[in-house]
Design a protein around this ligand. Sequence first.
Ligand code: SF4
Length: 314
Amino acid sequence: MMKILGKYGKDDLAILYIAKHDGKIVEFVESLQPPIPREKKWVLIISTMYGCPVGCLMCDAGEYYHGNVSADGMLKEIDFMIKNRFPDGKIPINKFKIQFARMGEPTLNEHVLEVIKTLPERYEAAGLMPCISTVAPNGCEKFLDELIKIKDELFSDGNFQIQFSIHSTDDNERHKWMTKNIWSLKKIAEFGNRWFKEGDRKVTLNFAVAEDSKIDPKVVKELFNPKKYWIKLTPINPTNKAVNNKIQSGITEDNTEYFPLVQEFRNLGFDAAISIGEWEENDIGTNCGQFATQYKDGKVGIKDSYTTTNYTMD
Ligand code: SF4
């Protein structure tokens, strides 16, 4: 049973839900990308773990790890958001993304594969696109190999999105920001080459850019083919960990119009863009793990939430 403890945010931007499942706190989000209306694009972002064992330097989800969310738990997160708006399970939305990208490193939870396989038969949603975002921790080999098969069987023709969060081209910096137990860039490139088939979406290489980040587009070009990968640059969100670790974002509201790194990548043949989400989301507190961590620590109570309605879902 999953009990919704609180709901926080705005209907026209992003709503974050805090729930209790198996006696543990989990969070999930539904969001829009203004001015695109919900009929055109709707994004659900679910948690795959209670916390996260990776412990990245700028992510609050890594403050603790209380295990993996079961397949049933993840489906409850998704069902809850869908049933609120589409009780009959028919989702007539052009771009309906389900991102396994909230709390947790999805490739370390094999139940994620089970959930992805279930989605097409569970919902009537022609625009469905599952998305996986990973730091490629050691041990994810079997998961990602299996995911190639699932993508080819059920989500070919560009209906699956995979993102590697690589953050830097410098190994030491990557190890400092994430963990030493991650794939090398070379190994990620080798995997991506096996993953990518004609008609697929390009694999996303994501860099969260700090003021002093080491990102060398030439190193990326040596390993990754611009026909198979695109570059997404994101700001460092002001999570508690980022603030405590004194990581300043290199991308700010003032420099998104002109950020030379984007052009450097484009000059080498890559599609490249800055993805800022919505700055307002920072105020709402919907950055990964931020709310659940505070909730767990008793710093945020139900009374602070957007609504105090409690309800339970089987
Ligand atoms: S960024 Fe992802 S892998 Fe890193 S601690 Fe957060 S949830 Fe875990």
